[in-house]
Ligand binder design. Structure first.
Ligand code: ZN
Length: 338
């Protein structure tokens, strides 16, 4: 049973928002564009693996996606499959070309279109995540159980090679389409249940509740000052910035279209990029609103969680909520601590 759907990674959304709000000739534009492609490729690979994960029988498996936990450092497991007898860490990769796993250096060389480059070894990463999860479970006094790991390549066109005599490493690597069979093979090794009765559901709920949301400070990542970010409401039709507030709507003077709710995406952009609460003053400045009255009422109508009153009101958006589209008056008013 898949217990949580995989959501679009926040770093991907942040890069999308950032590219919309810096000028094309910005010194970091190309880097961000390149990294956005990597994030999109990775996410597409994960979604492809989700398709094969959906074929696993509901019982006895619990599948937790994007399991992000914290020991000393935070670590994120792409998918964690839990059964009564064992846990299985999946490290998902979407890579084009040929990968050579070098026994002598433990490095991985990727060859694509005759260009060779060293890439992080996904097996090393999968093993590290397994260790980190075992330590985390120990710290949280959770009954120990065997944890297995697998690197899953989302496409069959990734060619895998290694030195002669080192083929045993492929025990821990599969193509996505073989996932169901491989999980059954692993399951056959274990006979006695460790998580009896409702214990598997309890542990699943506990893991879900302990997840740490990721909310990177994207401007810091690229050393981009706030002053480089273009303010203004973006036109949903032609993507131009800014639209103008005209009688309870937004007007785009480039494509001459109107929008009632174009400010919603702009508020989302603010939270994606600024990592800070939104005050009426900032709302007014970021959306380029002339009348303070409009700047006061609009964020209020979005029902964002808030603290303070009147002039001191600060609006927040929990990273998890950035992922789901904001709707006017669709959300109940919630305090920041809820
Ligand atoms: Zn427009």
């Amino acid at each position: 049973m898949i217990v949580n759907e995989r959501s679009v990674p926040l770093p991907l959304l942040q890069r999308e928002a950032l590219l919309q709000r810096i000028i094309k000739s910005h010194s970091r534009h190309k880097d961000i564009e390149k990294e956005l492609i990597n994030w999109k490729t990775g996410f597409a690979g994960e979604k492809n693996v989700d398709y094969y994960l959906s074929y696993l029988p509901d019982e006895p498996y619990r599948i937790i996606n994007d399991l992000r936990l914290k020991n000393k450092n935070t670590f994120q497991i792409d998918s964690y499959i839990l059964s009564q007898m064992f846990g299985l860490v999946l490290e998902i990769r979407n890579i084009t070309g040929t990968l050579f796993f070098d026994k002598n250096t433990n490095g991985v060389i990727r060859t694509y279109k005759d260009i060779e480059e060293g890439i992080p070894n996904p097996l090393t990463q999968a093993k590290r995540h397994k260790r980190q999860l075992m330590n985390w479970k120990m710290m949280h006094k959770i009954t120990s159980m065997p944890i297995e790991y697998l690197v899953v390549f989302s496409r069959n066109s990734t060619i895998l090679k290694t030195n002669p005599g080192n083929e045993h490493i492929f025990e821990h690597m599969i193509y996505a389409e073989n996932l169901e069979e491989k999980v059954a093979q692993i399951a056959a090794k274990y006979q006695s249940p460790i998580l009896k009765g409702k214990a598997i559901n309890k542990l699943t709920d506990y893991l879900l509740s302990e997840r740490i949301p990721s909310y990177p400070e994207i401007l810091k990542t690229y050393s981009i000052p706030k002053s480089d970010i273009l303010p203004g409401v973006q036109c949903p039709n032609c993507k131009a910035i800014p639209m103008i507030r005209v009688s309870a709507a937004w007007y785009c003077s480039w494509c001459r279209s109107y929008s009632k709710d174009a400010h919603i995406q702009t508020v989302r952009d603010y939270f994606l990029l600024m990592n800070a609460p939104l005050t009426v003053k900032e709302f007014q400045e970021f959306l380029l609103i002339e009348q303070r009255g409009v700047a006061k009422n609009l964020p209020h109508s979005l029902n964002l969680p808030s603290t303070g009153k009147k002039r001191t009101t600060q609006y927040f958006l929990h990273p998890d909520c950035i992922l789901s589209p904001l709707k006017e008056n669709a959300r109940g008013k919630r305090g920041i601590n809820e």
